[in-house]
Design a protein around this ligand. Sequence first.
Ligand code: ARG
Length: 457
Amino acid sequence: MWGGRFAEGPDAIMEEINASIDFDRKLYRQDIDGSKAHVRMLAAQQIVAGEDAEKIVHGLDTILSEIEAGTFAFSRALEDIHMNIEARLAELIGAPAGRLHTARSRNDQVATDFRLWVRDTLDTLDAQLGELMRALAEKAEQHAGDVMPGFTHLQSAQPVTFGHHLMAYVEMFSRDRGRVRDARKRMNESPLGSAALAGTSFPIDRHATAAALGFDRPTANSLDAVSDRDFVIEALSAASLCAMHLSRLAEEIVLWCSAQFGFIRLSDKFSTGSSIMPQKKNPDAAELVRAKTGRIYGALHALLVTMKGLPLAYSKDMQEDKEQAFDGLPSLSLALAAMTGMVRDLTPDTRRMKKAAGSGYSTATDLADWLVRVLGLPFRDAHHVTGRIVALAVERGIELHKVPLSDMQGVEPRITAEVFSVLSVDKSVRSRTSYGGTAPANVRKQARRWLKALARN
Ligand code: ARG
C-alpha cells in the first residue's frame, strides 16, 4: 500500500509486532459498512464516478459474503482488516478499488469501525442488563416475604427478606445500565472524514456518512476524532462497575449454596461435580463470574495506561485498544448471561433462611425500639438494657425470645409480656415499613414497579 517509498519489505518480527489482523478481523462488518457509506458519499459529492462507486459497493458485498462463508484468505502481510479488505477489493474489481480511500485514512477508518463495534456491544449489554434485572425482580416478587438474615460485617444484623436482598441488586444493575446508555449516547459521533489528522481538501459530506452509519453527528475536531479512545475506556469503566456488582452477587451465591449457609440450591444446569468427591456440587458459574471481573478491570487499566501520555494525534499504540475491548466487553456479556441463568434457576431454602434469620440475636434492635416506643426510654438507654438482656441470653446459650420474662424484668422491671410480639423475625421485617425498607409489602411494590418499567424497555 505504501511501496512507493520503500525498497525493502518488513522484518519478520516487524510483521509480527505490527500485524493486527489476527484480532481486528472481528471488525470486518463495520469496516465494510463504513466503506460503503464513505464511497456512496464520495459519489454523491461527485468526488468519484457513480459507476466506480457501484463497483466498489458490489465488490465490498462480495467480500462480506466471502468472509461470512469462511472463504476469505486473511493475510498477515496486509497488516489489518482495512488493508486486507482493500487488497481483496482490488483483486475483485481492479482499478476502481483504488478510489475508495480518497479523503480517508486508516486513522479515521479504524476509529469509525471500532466505535461501531463498541456501540453494538453496548446495545447488547444494555439488553442483557434488562434481562438480568427482570430475572431478579421476578424472583424478588415471589420471595418478597421470605425472611433471611441481613448481615453487616458478615455477622447477623437484622432480618430482611430474600426479595429485598435481590432488589438491592436490581438497583445496582439499573445504575450500570444507565452508565451503559450514557456511554453510548456520548460516543455516538462519527470520526469518518477526519482523514489522517487534519481533515481533507475534498468537498466531502461528513453529515451524510454520519447519518448513514447511525451516528448522531460527525465529530467536531479531526485531531480529537482520530486520537480519542475515551469511548472504549468509558465502556470498559461502565463494564468494570457492572462486573464489580456481578462479582458481589456471585460471591453471595457461592456462600449461600455452601452446606454451612444452605440458603439456596443452584440448578444442575449451572453447577459442576467433582471427579473425585461424589457428593460435590460446585458453583463454578458463580466463581467464573467473580473471576471475569479481573479480566475486565485488567482491560480498563491496560487501556488507561496505554493512552496516558500519548501526544496528539494517532500513534500505533492505539492499535492495542482492540484486544482489550474484545476480551473485556464480551467477558461481561458472558458473565451477565451466566448470572441471569443462575438467578432464574436458583431455589431458596426458605425454611433454612428463616431459621438462620432468627439466630444471632437479630431482633435485638426490635427489642430496643420497643423499649423506646412503649416505655419511652431514650434510645441509648434502650440499647444498653437490650445489650444486658442479650448478654444473659448468650450466657445461657438461648435465643432472645427464649429469655424468660422474669429475667428481662430483672434488667428493666417495666418490661411486659407484650415484648415477645416484636421478637419474631416476621414481625421484625413487617415493621420495617419506612420508604426503601424491607417490609414485604414494600418489597412487593418495588418489584412490581420494576417489572412494569422493565416491560416498557
Ligand atoms: N490497525 C491500525 C489500528 O488498529 C489501523 C490504523 C493504522 N494507522 C496508521 N497510521 N498506521 O490502529
